[in-house]
Write a protein that binds this ligand. Structure first.
Ligand SMILES: NC(=O)c1ccc[n+]([C@@H]2O[C@H](COP(=O)([O-])OP(=O)(O)OC[C@H]3O[C@@H](n4cnc5c(N)ncnc54)[C@H](OP(=O)(O)O)[C@@H]3O)[C@@H](O)[C@H]2O)c1
Length: 304
């Protein structure tokens, strides 16, 4: 049995669907099973639980062969935080996997580092280190930012004005990867015991600026208006004010600032593609071709 924590999320759903399609027994740990009843149709068992609750996690992981962690506490409901979910929640999952004798596949991020300006990246590294020290057979997947997520954010911010909002200047090259490609990799490493003991980076085929992404969103929607920009000074101000009241918004603003200042690229093709050269490599053009154009006044398309 494969336990997927975060199996209701953007990546997790793809992983769960792939594993279930192979006829494997999959259990998903979620705080809100009722909201994800559609997963029943895949034959997936949903168990209610929060990764911050060690006792619940222990029960959910019992008799698992592999535990996949696709959770994060960067944003989202339930007063989550990177410290409580990405570090401590993952510690609970790793401890429970050790007790059950299960392997772990941990989702992390390209750029996870102890001195990263982003709390999420520091907490991902803390989880990676805990996992390494635990002796649990494990594979760590460090992924670049999901292309589909950023296309959706830009589409959503276009709203009524028809002009996507770019945080900062939007001129830094950032490596984006399609979440579909990440899903294909996670499926592979769940099944491949030979990948244990490895940390695999996965980037996408292109480094793109936010301005390029915004232009793509406009072109797909048949709009010609230029994007709006939230200046860095405004982001800093909002991070220090709104961010104090709403920590998740503060984290988002600070991470937007980091991405706008430094950019994030991946060296080479990433070690995941060296290990599995046949992994899909979805480009921005591929995604735009597959995704339907936004209907006027309609919801932004979900492109994965
Ligand atoms: N998005 C990116 O650009 C990106 C880039 C690199 C790496 N990653 C990593 O990839 C993984 C998946 O990201 P995503 O963007 O697909 O996530 P997502 O769509 O935002 O979904 C988040 C998932 O985390 C679960 N979760 C959050 N807090 C939880 C808690 N306290 N207890 C139990 N479950 C909890 C949610 O489950 P319920 O709400 O159902 O409980 C949900 O399934 C994460 O590890 C993330 O750090 C993401």
């Amino acid at each position: 049995m494969i336990l997927v924590a975060g199996g209701t999320g953007r990546l997790g759903r793809l992983v769960v669907a792939r594993l279930a399609a192979r006829g494997l027994a999959v259990r998903v740990l979620t705080r809100t099973p009722a909201a994800h009843a559609d997963l029943d149709a895949l034959g997936v068992k949903l168990v209610r639980g929060d990764v911050r609750d060690a006792a619940v996690v222990l029960t959910a992981v019992r008799d698992a062969d592999v535990v996949v962690s696709a959770v994060h506490g960067f944003a989202g409901p339930g007063h989550v935080s990177p410290a409580s979910v990405d570090r401590d929640g993952n510690v609970n999952l790793i401890d429970a996997a050790a007790t059950a004798g299960a392997d772990v596949v941990l989702m992390s991020v390209v750029g996870a580092a102890a001195d990263s300006p982003m709390e999420l990246f520091r907490m991902k590294l803390a989880a990676e280190r805990y996992l390494d020290a635990s002796g649990v057979p494990a594979t760590i997947v460090r992924s670049a930012a999901y292309l589909e997520l950023w296309l959706e954010i830009l589409e959503r911010t276009a709203g009524r004005s028809g002009r996507p909002l770019v945080f900062g200047r939007g001129e830094n090259p950032i490596n984006f990867v399609s979440v579909a490609d990440v899903g294909a990799l996670v499926e592979r490493v769940v099944l491949d015991k030979g990948a244990r003991g490895r940390t695999l980076d996965l980037g996408g085929p292109e480094n793109l600026t936010m301005n390029q992404l915004a232009a793509a969103v406009q072109s797909r929607a048949g709009r010609t208006a230029t994007p709006r920009h939230a200046p860095q000074a405004l982001l800093r101000l909002a991070a220090g004010t709104v961010g104090r009241v709403n920590p998740a918004v503060g984290r988002q603003l600070r991470s937007a600032l980091v991405m706008d200042r430094a950019g994030v690229t991946v060296g080479g093709a990433g070690s995941a593609r060296e290990l599995y050269p046949d992994l899909p490599q979805t480009s921005l053009a591929d995604l735009l071709e597959r995704a339907p154009a936004r209907r006027r006044g309609g919801a932004a398309p979900r492109v994965n």
